[in-house]
Design a protein around this ligand. Structure first.
Ligand SMILES: Cc1cc2nc3c(=O)[nH]c(=O)nc-3n(C[C@H](O)[C@H](O)[C@H](O)COP(=O)(O)OP(=O)(O)OC[C@H]3O[C@@H](n4cnc5c(N)ncnc54)[C@H](O)[C@@H]3O)c2cc1C
Length: 805
């Protein structure tokens, strides 16, 4: 076998076959799927086949909706039945917090066009008389839920792809991958080798091994999972129509009808990561030994919730492994650090997500980018910090949390602390309560003396509310200090640095000593970054952006890096520092340097290398709080020294430390957007008001320029706006629907309580024609419609006098 292919997909589970189908649908013909055994030989064959749309990320939920709606089409094209049962699904709520969660989910679905509804215990019993509704307050009903035949569905994808000319090679394991100098790959199998432009890792249970063949680690791990199939039950077979699915989060179970009996699966706390040292190549169409002890408590709970189960005989127990990423979402896209190597891995719900994963990856490969923001399943949302052990701890935690309420303010404990800065012990002494992003600890807030060192997970205002409020007050009335390690930082140097930045950034590149804010766009003119650019010298720049987007941004930079003249380094962990913000910030800074830091010497948006304390620091005159402020960066090894210099100077100025909750509250008062909330690849600069930072007239053909110009010529029908919300004890978080005159007209991107302004604030999209100061809307928070009034001027310092003064 020696051939040249456009793409080789490794793995014939439901995901590999979906990728094959979607690539062929988008027009690629010379594509080959290689399967070591028969199709479905990994997790796929023993899946319970359930599908649903629920996902915390609206775009993933939409892709799950796409997957489910695809099955009929697939059956028609392929002539192969998927064995569909569209029976609907019920997610039970047995306490007020769970009711808050399902109400918030229902609200999100309104602007996503999903037809879910909240039902009461009576309706639950009507839909599924086998449920004991004692203690149940209500449920979310989703008519799209159902189940299918995993074998038939995988073969339907495969046949539909083959009809378009795609090839499938069975019983031929891929043994090795060799990267070629031109970016293509040699795929070595038992039967020979195939040369291909692109490789897709869809190897499911063996995804780690196939990643190792290319020299990379993908953060995923298999977990064991069990479900039981019962004997025939009269409560089931005496009905004239099929029972809906029932998810019982309190019992960590899902249940559905299977023929004349039931299937019940458990996500138990006492769970086991599988194949820690790697998946054996000998593992095939076999099941793992049952371990009913592990799920005994959950089964007992299930017998109370579904009394007919107690008398049911068990026909089969399925215990099989399947893979998860640390957050439970798939790992999709170009693998950072490699050329033309794509991931379609860690798909833990192949029958809910397989179609969306296939579509996304195929769009990315064929068109250069997916048609919507898919950061929530982008393989680059994780970075090198994800070691094997950390991944395993997080995957186990995610499995255990499968049915927990995902509170918006919850910080998950497994594997922490992992990365900390030298300042970490300083904060712990001050009663810091930490959060984590991209493996790095950051202070969320400092607990008040009589409060515990933990923020209570809640959909409503938490115990952190008063502490964050006090921190905001200290910043606005005196001065605050906050660690700025959680920005992604990049050093761009070299003779072509300026020109390269001009092509990659849509904004103006500043002159030496100056800073600028710049959107970064993809080819379609959508936002893929919001950067602060500091020109430290001729052809030496520091870029700062979202900390969590490091692998995502580095991947883009490297994809567009010229062969010579530009060096790009991710220096996020090397350059650390602090931010001083508030009216007293200048006095504090002046007290620890012999340099002039007056407004004339160090004006807004300027950058200088000056001595601060004992360090040569980079000082940027900017603050995300929107106040008078400075960001001060030093080498990581001097961070503690810098802290002591600033802290000593701050003593006379009432300086207080503040955390991320306060920072995110302060930015609300200035109507500053935030990455992945207001700024993400779903939106254009015009839609979010970033157009003022786009240098449409610069001579350089920056990436996305044509699309940005077209966007400017045809003003978008929706735009981002700010609202003051008549909230009660809960503020918006994200994705709440915005109503006007009884109709949903938009959705929230983010918001919260602006402590200093003492207003509950929401940012969100509404039709451009509705944007006028004072226009009345309603925003749905936890099932209540709250009055919301649109405003156009920032709540704090609208003229920017403090920030620039
Ligand atoms: C007990 C259980 C119940 C489940 N229930 C559900 C459910 O109800 N709903 C749902 O959506 N999901 C369910 N799942 C999860 C579902 O099975 C997975 O999401 C899905 O099967 C993942 O498919 P995949 O194609 O990514 O991986 P896999 O099915 O593991 O496929 C990978 C394929 O790649 C092949 N391969 C690997 N390495 C090589 C190589 N080197 N060369 C050639 N071929 C190779 C393998 O032979 C295999 O066929 C369940 C899983 C389990 C274990």
């Amino acid at each position: 076998m020696s051939q040249q292919k456009q793409a080789v997909i490794i793995g014939g589970g439901v995901v590999g076959c979906s990728v094959l189908y979607h690539l062929s649908k988008l027009g690629w013909r010379d594509i080959l799927l290689i399967e070591r055994s028969e199709l479905t030989s990994g997790s796929t064959w023993h899946a319970a086949g359930g599908f649903h749309t629920l996902n915390a990320d609206p775009n993933i939920a939409a892709l799950q909706g796409y997957t489910i709606n695809l099955y009929r089409e697939l059956e028609e094209i392929s002539g192969q039945s998927c064995g569909l049962h569209h029976v609907g699904g019920i997610t039970l709520a047995d306490n007020p917090e769970r009711m808050d969660f399902i109400r918030a989910e229902r609200a999100k679905h309104r602007h996503m066009g999903l037809d879910t509804r909240i039902i009461d215990p009576g309706e639950i019993r009507e839909l599924s008389p086998i449920v004991n509704t004692d203690g149940i307050l209500g449920a979310l009903y989703d008519p799209l839920d159902g189940h299918l035949d995993p074998y038939g569905t995988t073969h339907a994808y495969a046949k539909a792809a083959q009809q378009q000319g795609a090839e499938i090679l069975l019983r031929d394991p891929v043994r090795d991958l060799q990267a070629r100098a031109d970016g293509s790959w040699e795929v070595i199998t038992d039967q020979g080798s195939v040369r291909t432009e692109h490789v897709v890792n869809a190897a499911g249970l063996w995804a780690r091994e196939v990643a190792e063949m290319a020299g990379v680690f993908l953060p995923l791990h298999p977990m064991e999972h069990q479900y039981l199939v019962t004997d025939d039950l009269p409560e089931v077979y005496q009905r004239d129509h099929e029972l809906p699915h029932v998810m019982d989060p309190a019992g960590e179970s899902y249940l559905r009808q299977e023929g004349r009996g039931l299937v019940i699966g458990i996500y138990e706390q006492d769970c086991d990561p599988w194949a820690i040292d790697g998946t054996s190549w000998d593992f095939g169409h076999e099941l793992l030994d049952n371990n009913l002890d592990r799920i005994a408590d959950s089964l007992e709970f299930a017998f109370r919730r579904f009394p007919c189960l107690a008398s049911a005989g068990i026909k089969t127990v399925i215990n099989g492994p399947f893979t998860f990423a640390p957050d439970g979402n798939p790992l999709v896209g170009p693998v950072p650090g490699l050329r033309n190597y794509w991931s379609a891995c860690a798909v833990m719900a192949g029958f809910s997500q397989g179609g969306g994963v296939g579509l996304t990856l195929a769009e990315w490969m064929v068109k250069g980018e997916p048609s919507r923001d898919v950061f929530a399943m982008d393989v680059a949302r994780f970075g090198d910090y994800c070691t094997r052990a950390y991944t395993r701890a997080k995957v186990r935690e995610n499995y255990q949390k499968r049915f927990s309420i995902p509170y918006p303010n919850e910080e998950l404990p497994a594997g922490r602390p992992l990365n900390t800065t030298p300042a970490y012990p300083i904060w712990t002494q001050q009663r810091a309560v930490f959060g984590q992003a991209y493996g790095m600890e950051h202070v969320n807030y400092f607990a008040l003396p009589d409060d515990e060192l933990l923020e209570t997970p809640s959909f409503r205002r938490s115990n952190a509310f008063a502490a964050a409020g006090a921190e905001c007050h200290a910043v606005r009335t005196a001065v605050g200090i906050n660690e700025i390690h959680n920005f992604g930082k990049y050093e761009i140097k070299g003779e072509n640095a300026r020109h390269w930045l001009d092509t990659i950034m849509a904004g103006r590149i500043p002159a030496p000593g100056r800073m600028s804010l710049s959107p970064m766009l993809n080819q379609s003119g959508k936002l893929i970054g919001d950067f602060t650019i500091s020109a430290l010298a001729d052809n030496e720049y520091q870029l700062t952006a979202s900390f969590a987007a490091q692998a995502y941004h580095m991947r883009w930079f490297e994809q567009h890096q010229p062969d010579s003249g530009v060096s790009i380094r991710n220096i996020s962990a090397r350059r650390l520092g602090f931010q001083l913000a508030g009216p007293g910030a200048r006095e504090v800074l002046a007290a620890c340097t012999r340099f002039d830091v007056s407004n004339e010497a160090l004006p807004f948006l300027s950058v200088r290398r000056i001595e601060i304390g004992h360090s040569d620091a980079i000082v940027q005159r900017v603050s995300y709080t929107g106040d008078l402020g400075y960001e001060i960066y030093v080498p990581a090894s001097q961070q503690v020294s810098l802290y002591h210099a600033l802290a000593a100077a701050g003593l006379n100025h009432g300086m207080q430390p503040f955390g991320m909750l306060a920072m995110m509250s302060l930015r609300l008062e200035k109507s500053f957007g935030s990455w992945l909330r207001e700024y993400k690849p779903d939106y254009t600069p015009m839609e979010v008001g970033m157009d003022r930072f786009v240098a449409y007239d610069k001579a350089v053909e920056f990436i996305g320029k044509a699309a940005a110009l077209a966007d400017r010529a045809n003003p978008p029908p929706r735009r981002l706006a700010s609202f003051i919300v008549d909230a009660d004890d809960a503020d918006v978080f994200a994705d709440e629907p915005i109503w006007k005159d009884g109709k949903v007209v938009g959705f929230v991107t983010s918001g919260g309580y602006a402590h200093f302004a003492q207003k509950s604030v929401a940012f969100g999209f509404v039709p451009t024609a509705m944007i006028a100061a004072g226009t009345a809307f309603e925003i749905e928070i936890l099932g209540d419609l709250r009055r919301a009034s649109l405003y156009v001027e920032p709540l704090f310092d609208p003229q920017g006098k403090r920030m620039r003064g």
